[in-house]
Design a protein around this ligand. Structure first.
Ligand code: TXA
Ligand code: MG
Length: 326
């Protein structure tokens, strides 16, 4: 075990916060069994207290420690995708604090695959509960961090951050609700609907009005501070010219090589969805601080392979006053 991981585990055991890498995005962690420590996450993020946080565990054996009435589907999904970018919403075990669940009867469980996250979970199991409550390590509603520097940019130098490099996946985990009978896909991610359907033997449904609250499912979320507009591929050139003519500095994010245009900055993005997702948040952060007045994002294909990316871009493009937050 590295010294920094040992120090981070000791901080968790002492009820303090630490940031750590996962394969999706960086997390802001606290001891999931310590409600006072979990409350510090909400205070630092500026997150409303009724929003639940995911509990990170070292392996699938922890399912029955944190959930009750665990359905067969959860075991199958864990066997297929853990450790990995999948969060399971299950009925919570009696001891799980409302500080973690946002007062709901369910708990979100995820076993991350990043080696540093695994090392931290195992070190913390020797000193404390071994379960880490962690949302993404960003201010509420802002773009998730995919590097240690992003976390530093959000919270400054006082927070202990384990640096595990740039996150492989780059967008948050897939969330599937298995607490209410039929599986419901609450948030698309790298583990696709098809992969889940294959493992569960049933196609997960889209969320309905009864779906549990999830801040990552609010219409306005994952947003840069600069207004972001999604533009159809065929309209991009025209729209950029129109905005530039109106005196706006336009930052463009588009697939494929940079093209000549009236844009103030042009960020070329990958043509395939996994590579695009890997860099998406780093690009949004850099375009956000480029001095542009508006970020124009060329809409990726309306294709299932782009489901998770389109979901995040759709939310990032919604102004705060359009938010459906209760
Ligand atoms: O990839 C990820 O999931 C990252 C890394 C750090 O693991 N975490 C993450 O956490 O994205 P956060 O809090 O930013 O988003 C987690 C989502 C939120 O939308 C939250 O409301 C939802 O999971 N969630 C957590 N527990 C839940 C529960 N019991 N019921 C419904 N939604 C839940
Ligand atoms: Mg988040």
């Amino acid at each position: 075990m590295t010294d920094s991981v040992a120090a981070a585990a000791a901080r968790l055991a002492a009820g303090e916060l630490v940031a750590f890498p996962t394969e999706t995005v960086y997390g802001l962690g606290a001891d999931a069994a310590n409600p006072k420590a979990v409350a510090k996450i909400f205070a630092l993020k500026g997150r409303p207290a009724d929003h639940p946080v995911i509990v990170h565990v070292a392996d699938a054996e922890a399912l029955d420690d944190w959930a009750r009435d665990v359905p067969e589907g959860a075991r199958k999904a864990a066997a297929a995708f853990w450790p990995g970018p999948l969060t399971l919403i299950l009925r919570k075990a009696a001891h799980v604090s409302p500080a973690v669940t946002g007062g709901q009867d369910s708990v979100g469980l995820r076993c991350p695959s990043h080696p540093v996250a695994q090392e931290l979970l195992r070190a913390f199991a020797k000193m404390g509960s071994g379960a880490i409550a962690a949302p993404s390590a960003n201010k509420f509603g802002h773009v998730s961090p995919t590097t240690a520097q992003h976390v530093r940019d959000e919270f400054g130098p006082d927070l202990l951050i384990l640096d595990g490099g740039a996150c492989d996946v780059g967008i948050e985990s897939t969330i599937v609700d298995l607490s209410r009978g039929t599986p419901v896909l609450l948030r698309p991610g790298a583990i696709t609907r098809e992969q889940l359907a294959h493992a569960l033997g049933v196609e997960p449904r889209a969320p309905d009005a009864d779906a549990p609250r999830a801040s990552g499912t609010l219409a306005s979320h994952y947003a840069p501070r600069t207004p972001l507009e999604l533009v159809a591929e065929a309209q991009l050139e025209l729209r950029v010219r129109e905005l530039a003519t109106a005196g706006k500095r336009v930052a463009v994010l588009a697939r494929g090589p940079a093209r000549a245009s009236a844009a103030f900055v042009w960020q070329a993005a990958a043509e395939n969805p996994a590579a695009y997702a890997h860099d998406l948040y780093a690009y949004l952060r850099s375009l956000d601080s480029s001095g542009a007045d508006i970020i124009a994002v060329e809409a990726p294909p309306a294709d299932l392979a782009w489901d998770a990316v389109n979901d995040r871009l759709g939310r990032a493009s919604k102004a705060v006053n359009e938010s459906d937050e209760p």
